[in-house]
Design a binder for this molecule. Structure first.
Ligand SMILES: [Zn+2]
Length: 103
């Protein structure tokens, strides 16, 4: 059994949901110059242009893409450290709680 939405989408196109295309009207919008996608954040638009239209973007957009990739990488590293810290605090919190209250 196949999904009807996948059959209508061109090969290689990004999977797009209605939630991704919905940007509130009072918020700033960043349009892709090569397709009709709209983004709520400039960084997301830069990432999209670099990944979906790598052969069409100019040097400034390519530089913006590289900057967005680096920013995304730094955000992921920061997220991993925060997640690890939260897990350590949770683990030792339960360990201390069990040592004090445990039966
Ligand atoms: Zn695009």
């Amino acid at each position: 059994m196949t999904d009807d939405t996948d059959e209508q989408r061109p090969v290689g196109a990004d999977p797009v949901t209605a939630a991704e295309l919905s940007v509130p009207a009072d918020e700033p919008q960043y349009d892709c110059a090569y397709c009709d996608r709209v983004f709520a954040r400039e960084r997301h638009r830069d990432l999209h242009r670099g990944q979906a239209h790598p052969d069409r973007v100019g040097e400034s957009a390519a530089a913006a893409y590289r900057g967005a990739v680096e920013s995304e990488r730094e955000s992921l590293v920061r997220y991993r450290y925060v997640a690890l810290g939260a897990l350590v605090v949770l683990y030792f919190g339960f360990l201390v709680a069990f040592a004090v209250v445990g039966v």
